[in-house]
Design a protein around this ligand. Sequence first.
Ligand SMILES: Nc1nc2c(c(=O)[nH]1)N[C@H]1C(S)=C(S)[C@@H](COP(=O)(O)O)O[C@H]1N2
Ligand SMILES: [Mo]
Length: 562
Amino acid sequence: MTERRVPRRPVDWMRVPAGALSGLLAGFAALAVAELVSAAVRPEAGPVVAVGGAAIDRTPAPVKDWAIQHFGTNDKLVLQSGILAVLALLAIVLGLLALRHRLLGTAGVLLFGVIGGVAATGRPDSTGLTDALPSVAGAVVGAALLYWLAGRLALHPVRAVPETAPETAPEADPEAATGAAPEAIPETASAPAGVDQRSEWDRRGFIIAATAAAAASAGAGALGRSLNAAGGQDAIASRNQITLPAPASKANPVPKGARLRVPGISSFVTSNKDFYRVDTALVVPKVNADTWSLRIHGKGVSRPTTVTFDDLLRRELIERDITLTCVSNEVGGPYVGNARWIGVRLADLLAECGVDPPSKGGPADQLVARSVDGMTIGTPVDDVMDGRDAMLALGMNGQPLPFTHGFPVRMLVPGLFGYVSACKWIKDIELTTFDDYDPYWVKRDWARKAPVKTQSRIDTPKPFARPKAGTVMVAGVAWAQHRGIDRVEVRVDDGPWQQADLAAEDTRDTWRQWSFPWKATSGGHTLTVRATDRTGEVQTEKRTRTIPDGASGWHSVVVTVD
Ligand SMILES: Nc1nc2c(c(=O)[nH]1)N[C@H]1C(S)=C(S)[C@@H](COP(=O)(O)O)O[C@H]1N2
Ligand SMILES: [Mo]
């Protein structure tokens, strides 16, 4: 035995989880402080929101589309949880790093502050350098905490103390006093120059500091959360004050025959709370209608104008039923909804600003709408001004727009997918050309122009349903906004196409319900639907992906008849 074994004590390996924990605590403190500071700056400037927003903007179109389809409106929750999980892992790494290299670990935390700050100030809706404050303040606090905790974890050589000395042993090492390390005694006794071979770290100091930090972070984070949640009170108040005037041009009542009484069919009017939501906003913008304005300017705008919400309320209001569809909607998917909107005619407003559509010699063929959150949406000027009910909408199903659907004002153009027509939280309209400017989604591989594709969907029976043999009502909706639906057919297995019963049409800008009483025989069956629009075009069987201009193909449902 030539080697002397340095006594290993359980307390030493505890440094590793303690190091990981200090990283996690530093990360938690950083995010909590950032949340609190973001309540003072803007909720959108928080690091997770900023990095999440930057990630959304950089996500390749197919991945984004996949996320919308698989997580739906939860895509944002999934993204933020993912970011938090990655941050937790990195925090653990930094905590372990700080065990050996205290300054390096600390610097790592600061680096994340810089990344968050750059992401926040680089957002298209950033209001300036102050947007970096939440990330930077959070990182400074997190770094300081990690530095402090790593200090508690540093090993100090322990002076040899006779462990039998009753007055010091309990303080030097409570475990020794309880006899947890009896084998240490002879070796300690042989240590040279009275110095112990072992090292110690400040467990007590660590536990106290860690507990205090966790509690303070939880407090700061909770406070920041509630302040952020309570934010936008002025916007909420401005929305509560609004009484929408009676529209000068009312929508016709929905014809009685437009609503079929078939259990399981989509309601003809989609309620605001059930209306699908697709956007890139991790924090729903809360815009104050009293201070909101919309600027109209650009190529061929001889009278650039800025309008306020009151200006819009004083104009002639139109009320229209319009079905809105998302380009990311898969065949059979849920991203389509029909509402009764109130707004002002966009074409009139443009004409007053001196805008001529290209078909009348105007120089601008693209209208680019910008939102308060930096979204840009490009629409053909000819479509907006060809007489259809393109509008700046203020009301949805009798209410001011919900915040999630664009309060105070959004655009709508019947017949076009949302991403080329339906800018929410709009604040700016610029007349330009398709050659000169690519808006947000076009930069991300989606088509410049995207009229809605003729589509039909089976709402009932649901896939893999087990209806009883006999008459089974097959029913659903079909849409080809601004062209109108003229026919819907259903096919059972490989049989012939059979005419479905079409509900009455509301307008050609809305979807149309249909039903088909099917004499179901027992066994497995595939039901397929297809629609024909008023141009006579039959919905194509050809399956395409949603990118670049919307999915096509027939919707099928497989059922087993008992
Ligand atoms: N500001 C903003 N407006 C937006 C979007 C967005 O991400 N940001 N998404 C568009 C898309 S892709 C669609 S389909 C519709 C969806 O409107 P909804 O959420 O009210 O259903 O809004 C459009 N307007
Ligand atoms: Mo969309």
